[in-house]
Design a protein around this ligand. Sequence first.
Ligand code: HAM
Length: 429
Amino acid sequence: MSDPSKAVRAPRGMPDLLGPSLQRLEAFERTGLRVLARHGFREMRTPLLEEARLFARAAGETSEIVEKQMFLVPAAEGEPFALRPEGTPGVVRAFLEHSLGKQRPFVKVSYAGPMFRYERPQAARQRQFHQVGAEAFGSADPLVDVDSILAGAAVLREAGLKSFRTRINTIGCSNCRPVLREAIRKAALAAGDRLCPACRARLDRNPLRFLDCKEPGCREAAKAVPPPEELVCGECRTHFGAVRAGLSALEEPFTADPRLVRGLDYYTRTVFEFTVPELGARDAVGGGGRYDDLVEQMGGPPTPVVGFALGAEAALLALEKTGAAVEVPPAPEAEVFVVVPEGTGRLAALRLAREVRALGVSADLDLEGRSMKSQMRSADRAGARVALLLGPDEESRGTVRWKPLRGGGSEEDLPRAEALKRLQPRTAP
Ligand code: HAM
């Protein structure tokens, strides 16, 4: 039995969202989906829970996410579920389940929402965090990689982030990956004792991570690996060249980084990351790449795809750290507050509030029968623009007392219809 005197708290790394932190997160998600819609992506919502084997198949059995970071949920019968650690596998599953590829040759999907990874919580690293992502199905053209990078960068810029770096690399395709893996394995083996335990453990299964290992011994030894661009096949090299040329021609800043690899196994050819140095060791505000084999591996027809996801918490922290965060003025809880004399007219107040709300204007009231003074205090606390006072005299005359609280103007008696008209939101011509 749990100790009943001990308060129940939110799970570690899963903070409640309220007040300004919720407002900022919502603003980031809204901006993201809006900018992505402008780039031709249409929103999709997939379940927060999927069969665990979906993630193992997609991200790879040896990826850190699947090995160590999944929140598993046992099912009463059948396959266990997992809280989604990322959005891509669910979107690919839905793409196949709804045969979206049969309806159009190109399908562009966006998404925003919570993801779950069992990580050690730290600045901008949570166990429940939020991503805004995009996946473009159906084209192997390097210009689609360019468009995807442009879309991610556009979201970050529109969210206010000015100083981020875009790093890109190629990690080859299923044909040339063995060559790349072998070159990396050889360099890692040559490092002998200097190799960190994590790299040693994954040397055979997943040697690519050695390239971006931060341990000094590994970093030194990784210098012996030629840039992947020189090891991959001719087609992958041409593809990478076209991505670089496209970004350059469009004057989208980027750095080709031969050490960049990603933590998920499904990538082929182009990988990229958006980073902000002010974030320290975990500096990525987003990342993505091409994954041309995943749809087929999951039982679908060969379908090249490229996509990315931005971490909302990381991007918001980056905004703060780079001094680009803008104060969001708290939204008023109610624009209008209805006030009635102490202990009377509560039903009439509710009727008036209902009429205001029907106009599409927020209205609130204090139904506790307190003094008018304390109701006015509540009106102020709610950030109301105007208080509407409604006593028995006003009721019988069909008027209300209009008391501006913000933005100037004088107190006056108005016919009820006139007051409502004044509150009516002006529609754009
Ligand atoms: P990812 O690099 O694992 O990629 O995650 C993208 C971003 O999510 C990261 O750059 C980071 O900002 C944020 N993020 C990841 N883990 C956490 C965490 N524990 N707490 C806070 N933020 C976090 C993917 O998820 C791929 N699905 C991206 C993709 C889409 N590739 C192709 N399509």
